[in-house]
Design a protein around this ligand. Structure first.
Ligand SMILES: [Zn+2]
Ligand SMILES: [Zn+2]
Length: 346
């Protein structure tokens, strides 16, 4: 079968690889209908996250179950499913309390040795371990192109909004209007925010979130602190969702939140550090919540229901649809920010 293969820093190609087999009785093999390129795939391409040449890549996919192992109870060949970007065991203490992204056996598809050595989803077929946990049925009303987002970015945004515990009448600010920020905007509106202010520097991203109902603020033109204050009677936002993952974005989130407000940090951090004057946070009574990786499994049914109801719709994010064979072009477009989301169709 064909799959996207990593050849070395900056180089991917589509090549023939061996077909996945059932290796564990809980496995399913899924025939991929649509996969896509994610920001974290670029970290492999750029050499920021290690991957061995020859390994396959990709973790976002929707498709049809082709085969299942004898211990798979919830799925059968022919079922249309979306794959979780977190591969969890489903049985450990953390999984049992719904914190599946903290699973004792946390893995990712297409992420090399640090992802547990699982093959990637940018392929014709993909093996999904613990299929009863890591697959979700896709209802007829949800086309592949939209349902695919439920396995990753859309649920991440919806979960971040949920962690903000938004109450009716509240104003939410979202720092960062990339695909996760976009999903946070839709999630915040779906969860009852009165107004969502989205802050970014790129006009194209701001146009997308504005079309989704956000009040878009271009931080290169306006001071976001002033812009948020003007819209909230001088107080600041009740809830701020940080969807970038950089020290300046974290600082921005603390700057635009009101006294006693909630800051939800969903941007990805690794070794960044910030200096915190704890007395300021304490006196302002700021409630900072780090989401970590989204526990998709605990939230994706709700996200799918919102998608079916039309309150979440990731389709404006899709800028390119390419045949799988043109994946290298897709990586080039996405890597140079000429694409917001590239779908790959085997
Ligand atoms: Zn992803
Ligand atoms: Zn687990």
């Amino acid at each position: 079968m064909r799959a996207v293969v990593y050849r070395g820093v900056g180089v991917v190609e589509v090549a023939e690889v061996s077909e996945p087999e059932i290796e564990d009785p809980r496995d399913a093999i899924v025939r991929v209908g649509v996969s896509s390129i994610c920001g974290s795939d670029l970290h492999f391409l750029n050499g920021k996250t290690p991957l061995e040449p020859g390994e396959t890549i990709g973790h976002e996919a929707v498709g049809v179950v082709e085969r299942v192992g004898p211990d798979v109870a919830r799925f059968a060949p022919g079922d249309r499913v979306v794959v979780s970007f977190v591969i969890a065991c489903g049985g450990c203490w953390f999984c049992r309390i719904g914190q599946t992204a903290l699973c004792e056996d946390f893995r990712n598809l297409g992420a090399g040795i640090f992802g547990g050595g699982l093959a990637g989803a940018q392929a014709e077929l993909v093996r999904v371990p613990s299929a009863d946990t890591n697959l979700l049925s896709v209802p007829d009303g949800a086309p592949d192109e939209r349902a695919m987002f439920v396995g990753d970015v859309l649920t991440t945004g919806y979960y971040a909004a949920a962690r903000g515990e938004i109450r009716p009448g509240e104003t939410v600010a979202v720092v960062g209007a990339g695909p996760v920020g976009f999903s946070c905007v839709q999630g915040a509106l779906a969860r009852g925010a009165d107004r969502v202010i989205a802050i970014d520097l790129e006009p194209e991203r701001l146009a997308l979130v504005a079309a989704a109902g956000a009040d878009a603020v271009n931080a290169s033109e306006r001071n976001p602190h002033t812009a948020v204050a003007e819209r909230t009677g001088g107080r600041g936002a009740d809830v701020v969702i940080e969807a970038v993952g950089s020290a300046p974005a974290f600082g921005r989130a603390l700057e635009v939140v009101r006294r006693g407000g909630r800051v939800v940090v969903t941007g990805v951090y690794a070794s960044e550090t910030v200096e915190a004057q704890l007395g300021v946070w304490w006196a302002r009574g700021i409630d900072v919540r780090f989401t970590g990786v989204c526990p998709v499994h605990a939230w994706w049914e709700r996200t799918m229901a919102e998608l079916e109801a039309g309150r979440l719709d990731p389709s404006p994010l899709v800028s390119h649809r390419l045949p799988l064979d043109e994946a290298p072009l897709g990586y080039e477009l996405f890597g140079s920010r000429r694409a917001t989301k590239v779908l790959l169709i085997p």
